[in-house]
Design a protein around this ligand. Sequence first.
Ligand SMILES: Cc1ncc(COP(=O)(O)O)c(C=O)c1O
Length: 410
Amino acid sequence: MSWMHKKAHDALARIREAKDKQVYPYFRQFESGGLHATIDGKPIINFSSNDYLGLTTHPKVKEASIAAVKKYSCGLSSSRVQATTTAHVELEERLANWFGFEKCLTFTTGYQAMVGTIMSLADKDTTLILDNLAHACILDGTFMAAGTPRNAPEVRFFNHNSARSLRRVLKTRERENALVCIEGIYSLDGDEAKLSELLEATEEHENAAILLDDAHGTGTLGKGGRGIIEKYGFEGRVPVVVSTFSKTFGGIGGILLGDADIVDHVKHFARSFLFSASLPVPVVAAAATILDMLEDHGEALVSELHSKAAYMRKSLLEIGFDLGDSDTHIMPVMCREERKALFTHVAMFESGVMMVPITYPGVKKGEERLRLNVTRGHSREDMDQALELLKLFGESFFILSGEELAPMEE
Ligand SMILES: Cc1ncc(COP(=O)(O)O)c(C=O)c1O
């Protein structure tokens, strides 16, 4: 056995065990997509989707993509440097205007947008300061920047959402400039950034600024869905925002917002932008169509999401579920034991409702949970079916009582 084969085989031990026990929950194959999907020939209500406004499968969005395929095909066969279309530029101008920033640049994924932005902005004069629950794209951008020969930034972490901890790090940093990386909503816990407090702490230092990843706040926070900045009225105080088309905007792609010089700088220095192919135009067309809808009736769409989320939250709490730190439409159902999360997931899935389990190392041991995202596309019936099953299996697998599950027989 080669070292590579041995390494892979050993690393896959836990996955083999889950598959043998028939509780492996990932990479299920959708035969049709959306919030109401088909898997293994059975209808499934998907509660682990990030299609927060339920617009991904809207007929107008599909029509716009089909028209773009006819005009441009799926690929442009190169990076934006030599494969930029009028559709990309028009969408970027509209997004900048809608979000209230001077300029926008779209990337092929949100992950690339964050990695490229961090790599372009952080140098040896910078301290990157990360919330200790930072998303993988923030961590990876940071680690890549930290690995840059002769130009590596300092890297520090602060306790999740704690302005006190952030203040301590800002004060003791070793480099002149500071870039504080936070998220509008943390996707595993469903809790909002304490933006007001974090901004206040950051603004105490002349050379400190926030880089906000609002992937989960876009389309869900603020009256019109512009995100956490709109919700709290902090326009003009966060210089750089990164978001995505992979949730509310119905496709895939990254969004960078900032003033013209910052965005142009990233455009000319971000390797994840320069050395990866252009966002396909059918995806641009889908996002542009969803932007039309947000411009025309964003407030109604967001308010419908909030009333559904309020119903689900109230019902889950009444049953007795622990939703951790969640204060948004993302409501992790805390199971606090891996087997409880896996067994409940399988039982729910067999009954037609999908909530993907999140286990160690995605979360700490003892914080295992089911991913439950309420979207505008879920009906009252969908939610009631999910609630009924959660109650049934939450009792059967002792999630509600908190008792320990009996050990498994070998
Ligand atoms: C907080 C956060 N940032 C960035 C991303 C990356 O977005 P994308 O799917 O567009 O690569 C995600 C997606 O999982 C995310 O949750």
